[in-house]
Design a protein. Structure first.
Length: 308
């Protein structure tokens, strides 16, 4: 029972659910976008499936370490924003958490080195180490700066999508693959940006008490909520533009999926974010945004079925 409890605690500390989503997004791009389109051009990926698995593991380990270091720096502020939810300082000591952070981060960098050696792509270690560094500085300082933290996390979320082809020359030179993956990367970036801003609105009280300069603290909750709503509106506008450009309505399955589980929830989210009046409403908007991000990624499954 103690072992099960320990596993559950580590899973909670490292946000295991989010790590599954990160890994899933990479594999969806790889097997539902990259491989099918390269097959049509009678070409193969520049990296093997095993090498891709190493890359995915490196990304997941770095992300897990990022969640741990974030909780280490947030012990005091979470006591106000999320009382009882931060395991650091209660279930785990800061020292133990730092050891876990170091192990995960070193493991991620080591895995990236193995990936680089196997593919001959030496700069891969730089990208992974750079991501680890950004996560550290995000947790220690960027998240308290005006929009700096929001943009950092949004950039890394987008990178988690684009990294699936970043080291694959065949994919980077395939127009269809590059276009589709770039579109999903922009979607992930913008949805994360809007969600991070609305999360800052939810946490505004604690952030202000600890001297953070997030958008809601500096410009007010109303401005923060409207800004998040505008970001989500840009996502909706881009989706409509893509639908018109490719005449997506000619494929009733993919069109229906996008409208029902992405665009309609987006419309609700746009209104709910702008009209939110409380932290609980902000939290609800954050969860809706996460739902849309997941259904957006799963659109790759629907597109693949329609394509075939």
């Amino acid at each position: 029972m103690k072992i099960v409890s320990e596993i559950n605690s580590i899973a909670k500390l490292t946000r295991a659910g989010n790590l599954v989503i990160i890994a899933l997004s990479l594999f969806l791009v790889r097997y539902l976008v990259v491989k099918p389109f390269l097959f049509l051009d009678n070409t193969e990926s520049s990296i093997s499936d095993f090498q891709f698995s190493l890359l995915t593991l490196a990304v997941v380990l770095i992300a897990a370490g990022g969640y741990v270091i974030n909780d280490i720096f947030d012990v005091q502020i979470d006591a106000i924003n999320k009382p009882g939810k931060n395991l650091v300082g209660s279930y785990y000591s800061k020292k133990t958490a730092r050891i876990l952070y170091a192990a995960l981060t070193i493991g991620g960098i080591a895995t990236a080195i193995v990936f680089g050696e196997g593919t001959g792509i030496k700069y891969s270690i730089l990208i992974i180490a750079f991501s680890a560094g950004l996560l550290y500085f995000y947790s220690s300082s960027y998240k308290k700066m005006l929009l700096a933290g929001n943009l950092t996390i949004s950039f890394l979320t987008g990178l988690n999508i684009f990294i699936s082809i970043l080291f694959d020359d065949q994919s980077l030179h395939n127009e269809s693959v590059l276009t589709i993956v770039t579109a999903f990367t922009i979607f992930a970036f913008l949805m994360t940006l809007g969600r991070e801003i609305i999360k800052d609105c939810e946490d505004a009280q604690g952030d202000e008490n600890f001297g953070a300069s997030t958008l809601p603290v500096v410009a007010g909750l109303k401005t923060g909520r409207i800004t998040a709503s505008l970001v989500f509106s840009v996502v909706l506008g881009l989706l409509i533009w893509i639908q018109v450009s490719v005449k997506q309505w000619e494929d009733i399955i993919s069109f229906g999926y996008v409208v029902i589980v992405i665009q309609l929830p987006l419309l609700y989210l746009i209104a709910a974010s702008a009209l939110s009046k409380s932290a609980s409403s902000d939290h609800k908007c954050s969860n809706i945004a996460k739902f849309i991000m997941i259904t957006g990624l799963l659109a790759m499954v629907i597109f693949n079925i329609s394509f075939n």
